[in-house]
Design a protein around this ligand. Structure first.
Ligand code: CUA
Length: 196
């Protein structure tokens, strides 16, 4: 003869035991909550990626690190800040053990700024705190990041990729000045921060 409690859903439960249908319903709700949390986190990544102008680390542009100083875009006379015909600024920097060249750059505020960097030796990092700029600088590749600075100010720029014994001392400075003040500066002041 069948026991009356052979169907577990109908079996009378001792005190403190949660019925199976309650467990199933509760687990179903938690699965929905977890799915919603995952969806929110994915949405945050996508929305901040688009609105915060985060960009992939590399535009996969190759360059020969052994001839940087001889010819092409990264010769010494071409480093620092240049103003393009459309009014935007392009800053070119070389990272090498254990300096950035030039050691300081001046850029205009409220202007689109494109940083182009490459390394002469090992992997370095380029990070501007409180901006969207955070990239590795890999020898053989040109790292490119776009930003603009709303307000004048000085940004300390540490190399944030361990690159050897002098890594901790590898810094550069980006000095953001009002655009009219920038226009009044000569090329040397723009690249070497001579007035500091
Ligand atoms: Cu360059 Cu760390």
């Amino acid at each position: 003869m069948a026991e009356p409690w052979s169907d577990s859903l109908r079996r009378p439960l001792p005190d403190g035991i949660v019925p199976e249908e309650v467990v199933v319903r509760t687990e179903g709700r938690w699965v929905m909550i977890m799915t919603a949390m995952l969806a929110v986190m994915m949405a945050v990544i996508v929305v901040t990626g688009i609105t915060g102008a985060l960009q992939p680390a590399s535009n996969v542009e190759v360059i020969d690190p052994q001839t940087l100083h001889l010819a092409g875009e990264f010769v010494e006379s071409n480093l620092g800040t240049a103003i393009e015909p459309d009014g935007s600024a392009t800053v070119r920097l070389i990272a090498e053990q254990y300096d950035f060249v030039p050691p300081c750059v001046v850029v205009p505020a409220q202007t689109p700024v494109k940083f182009r960097l490459t390394s002469a030796d090992v992997v370095h990092g380029f990070l501007l705190p409180d901006t969207n700029i955070n990239t590795m600088v890999v020898p053989g590749f040109v790292a490119e990041v776009n930003t603009s600075f709303a307000k004048p100010g000085d940004y300390e720029m540490p190399c944030h990729e361990f690159c050897g014994l002098g890594h901790h001392a590898m810094w550069t400075r980006v000095s953001v000045v009002p655009s009219d003040q920038f226009a009044a500066q000569g090329p040397l002041e723009r690249t070497r921060c001579a007035k500091q």
